[in-house]
Design a protein around this ligand. Structure first.
Ligand SMILES: O=P(O)(O)OP(=O)(O)OP(=O)(O)OC[C@H]1O[C@@H](n2cnc3c(O)ncnc32)[C@H](O)[C@@H]1O
Ligand SMILES: [Mg+2]
Length: 477
């Protein structure tokens, strides 16, 4: 049981022919419909553009928490169904397969006609789908591009409509076609005119109506049907003005319809990947893991570190720059773990020592190095250097890697300037913090609370750059 709405998309009002059937067959279901009338017609557009527009519609409907998507548009089905099915986690139903199946059920002569937009005809989607099921069947497709404009301008009952339909269908009238697929969801609004031209001997297939039977089956199959017993809600959106949409929709659906205008041009043109819920920090340094974990916690992302994977081999830091080492660690561990991995390579650059210890900061004291030995060596090397010449900088380079994509790492850096003092002060932080004095704060790094340190530190600055960019980067694939 699921009370979330079913989403319907179309380039315009045509998709309402599918909604009409849904209201009849699935009266308990909440429905959200979006018509992209501002960019209509889709038929003549290149497939890649139709796909991009379709994703924008879908991303809008996903904000309405739809449980199932119906592409109530043949052109969009032909251009985007496979892509949507691969990338979305909800069921996606197009109109072409149900329409094809119904046509095969009805034909006796083995000759099926298809009328559709230029895009759908060009894609050969109906011919391929029908002939994949029965190669003996002959399919004759005809583009009827003017039909959409007639329907969208609310002229379906006019003399113009009669003339356009008669002229367009003429090539099909002296054939042995006994079944005609209305391969555009706008066309059922012209059904009486089409039937009149084709004659009573030809069965018209309404792909959209057939589609709703598939929706009904899937709702049962995935246990998604709404059995709450509450009155169902129907919400209609259009990317153009609401007035004309409301007129056509109210008449077609036999009830007063109100629609809301929306702008979807800022929606992403492809799938929006969910951000990961866990990131592995590729570090054995508990101080770093704590600082990085604090930032990710604010974003609702939990952090693991290498201590959660004790059996992993160590990636050696053989690079000559912070970036090289951070890349080695991030890519190396991402490959082993097949998870998103963040590595930090950082260090202290002291001006009077020509930038040392730099990338050797962790290993400065050589064999048996630890924080105390590294600090002792630093102070010994700076013996006799006057206070004014003890300027230094902490640098942090962060690299975020996605498994399988080592060439797309996200790289950011941060630094903080300070002075190396001769006497240690403070108990917080780690490494060289007790000797790294921040003149503006009048304290060493080890005298700051964790939050205060993150607010000014090299790693805090790098993390802020990361925070600003990682969502986009992650979703670009
Ligand atoms: O490689 P991982 O496992 O991440 O841990 P590590 O300690 O070896 O990390 P690095 O190779 O990046 O070396 C960084 C060293 O620089 C120093 N350092 C880096 N950031 C620091 C900070 O915020 N405060 C004090 N010292 C820091 C400290 O000595 C670190 O051990
Ligand atoms: Mg290291």
């Amino acid at each position: 049981m699921n009370t979330q709405p079913i989403g319907f998309i179309d380039s315009g009002v045509g998709g309402l022919t599918v909604v009409k059937e849904a209201l009849r067959q699935l009266p308990n279901e909440n429905i959200v419909f979006l018509g992209d009338q501002a960019r209509l017609p889709y038929g003549p557009r290149p497939a890649a553009q139709v796909r991009a527009f379709t994703w924008q519609m879908v991303n809008f409907l996903l904000t309405k928490k739809i449980k199932l998507l119906v592409i109530a548009c043949n052109t969009a089905t032909a251009a985007a169904l496979d892509d949507l099915r691969t990338k979305l986690t909800i069921p996606v139903i197009g109109v072409i397969q149900p329409g094809s199946r119904a046509a095969l059920r009805h034909t006796h002569t083995g000759h099926i006609g298809v009328i559709a937009t230029e895009g759908t005809v060009r894609s050969c989607a109906y011919a391929h789908t029908i002939q994949a099921k029965d190669p003996q069947v002959k399919v004759t497709s005809l583009a009827a591009p003017k039909f959409v404009a007639v329907v969208e301008s609310n002229e379906a009952h006019s003399a113009v409509a009669k003339k356009v339909v008669a002229q367009t269908l003429r090539p099909l009238t002296h054939t042995d076609i006994d079944t005609l697929v209305m391969g555009c969801t706008h066309y059922p609004l012209l059904r009486p005119l089409i039937q009149n031209v084709m004659g009573e001997g030809v069965t018209l297939i309404d792909s959209g109506a057939e589609t709703v039977s598939d929706v009904s089956m899937l709702l049962d199959y995935f246990d998604l049907a709404n059995t709450s017993g509450h009155a169902a809600t129907r919400t209609y959106y259009t990317t153009a003005g609401a007035a004309l949409f409301e007129t056509i929709a109210s008449e077609w659906l036999n009830q007063p319809i109100t629609a809301t205008h929306v702008d979807i041009t800022q929606q992403p043109q492809d799938v929006v990947t969910a951000l990961p819920t866990t990131v592995v920090v590729a570090s054995k340094n508990a101080g770093k893991v704590r600082e990085i974990g604090a930032m990710f916690a604010k974003l609702g992302v939990s952090v693991k570190s290498l201590s959660d994977f004790p059996a992993l081999p160590t990636v050696e830091e053989t690079g000559t720059t912070f970036e090289e080492n951070a890349r080695l660690k991030a890519d190396g561990y991402a490959k082993m773990l097949e998870l998103p991995v963040l590595a930090d390579d950082s260090g202290l650059q002291v001006d009077a020592l020509g930038g040392q210890p730099g990338v050797f900061s962790a290993r400065y004291a050589g064999k048996g190095h630890n924080d105390a030995a590294n600090n002792a060596k630093l102070i010994a090397e700076l013996a006799g250097v006057p206070a004014a010449k003890r300027t230094a900088r902490f640098v942090s380079t962060l690299v975020l890697a996605k498994p399988g994509l080592p060439n797309q790492d996200l790289v950011v850096s941060g630094h903080v300037d300070g002075v190396i003092v001769g006497l240690p002060q403070g108990e917080n932080g780690f490494g060289y913090d007790p000797y790294f004095y921040l003149p503006e704060l009048g304290k060493t790094m080890a005298q700051l609370t964790p939050d205060e340190k993150n607010g000014v530190s090299h790693r805090g600055n790098a993390l802020r750059a990361l925070e600003a960019r990682w969502g986009d980067w992650y979703q670009k694939g």
